[in-house]
Ligand binder design. Structure first.
Ligand code: TXA
Ligand code: MG
Length: 309
């Protein structure tokens, strides 16, 4: 059986598989990751193949200690050092100048690399046991919802990995915030588990703005992404008979009540969308969550999940 509880023995077995260039699904605090040895180009090619992901979309490299960062990034700019001190381990990915040891396959040929120290004990133990930095995109097929529970992992993807370590539900529930630290002023490339306000307060100055049409800076930013198979629309209110997510009390059996708190909402969003996606509906409707800075990542994911191309 590939799916196993993340015991010490299972973690050691998974670490050995990673050292042999195989793939392992690991839990993190944000979403499950599809992990491979970040220094092995063959292993990295398997990741792209298993996800059906275009080669132009770079992977995040996961580390367990600061020493490891030195083998992944060429250097750590001052702003990045501040953010590391404040938010690692945690749901924050920093884009840094790439170390020559990291193969071009990982970064899709860019001279920068995304690095993150996850806050999940299983991920940290696995990285340490493997003795390797681990490249790990979210463990979903390209464009689809990221799994926040082991049972939500796509069976097609599960076939291509040596092991799936079950670490229970991911408590953040949305991917990490990606911050580009290679320019003078850091910028958010993808909102996520750490809010803009918290990052600005740690830096002591405002983040930069992304230029319009600046998507090339982060090649993985597609208009449609994080999407269930069932068409999804964000609406002001659900009509009678429409199935989906509401904020506050549900009024019919196909409506799922979501919390009115951004963190709690984010933590269950993908799981609820997975559940609705498995119900054979014609459409999923999501009541627009409250506005406000702490909801930025939720709005970003819903917008992409609802995009038509
Ligand atoms: O929470 C997360 O970040 C999860 C867990 C598993 O750590 N990982 C994740 O990976 O969401 P992935 O590959 O699904 O998304 C990584 C994002 C992509 O949008 C990619 O474009 C961006 O990070 N990224 C990675 N390296 C980059 C780089 N060098 N420059 C710009 N963007 C980069
Ligand atoms: Mg992803």
């Amino acid at each position: 059986m590939k799916l196993c509880a993340a015991t010490e023995a299972a973690i050691l077995k998974a670490a050995a598989a990673l050292r042999q260039g195989k793939l392992v699904v690991m839990p993190t605090e944000t979403v499950y990751g599809l992990a491979a040895d970040a220094t092995n180009p063959d292993a990295i090619r398997k990741v792209f193949e298993a996800k059906g992901r275009p080669a132009e979309n770079p992977l995040i490299v996961h580390v367990a200690d600061l020493g490891q960062v030195m083998g992944v990034a060429a250097h750590v700019p001052e702003a990045a050092a501040k953010l590391i001190k404040r938010f690692w381990p945690g749901p924050l990915t920093l884009v840094l100048p790439k170390h020559p040891e990291i193969p071009a396959e990982v970064t899709a040929g860019l001279d920068t690399v995304g690095v993150r120290m996850p806050a999940h004990p299983v991920a940290l133990d696995l990285i340490r046991a493997a003795g390797l930095p681990l490249a790990a995109p979210s463990a979903n097929r390209f464009m689809r919802l990221s799994p926040t529970k082991a049972e939500n992992i796509d069976p097609e993807l599960a076939e291509k990995v040596a092991m799936i370590l079950d670490g229970g539900p991911c408590y953040i529930g949305l991917e990490s915030t990606v911050v580009d630290c290679t320019e003078d002023v850091p910028r958010i490339l993808r909102p996520g588990g750490v809010t803009r306000a918290d990052i600005q307060s740690a830096l002591g100055y405002p983040l930069g703005e992304l230029p319009l049409g600046g998507a090339r800076k982060s090649p993985g930013m597609y208009r449609r992404h994080y999407a269930p198979r069932t068409p999804l629309s964000v609406v002001d209110a659900l009509e009678e008979g429409q199935a989906g997510l509401v904020v506050g009390p549900a009024r019919s059996e196909h409506q799922i009540s979501m919390p009115n708190d951004a963190r709690a909402y984010a933590s269950s969003l993908y799981d609820m969308l997975h559940r609705l996606d498995g119900m054979g509906l014609d459409a999923i409707y999501v009541q627009r969550p409250p506005s406000g800075p702490e909801w930025e990542a939720v709005h970003d994911r819903l917008k992409k999940a609802g995009a038509r191309d």
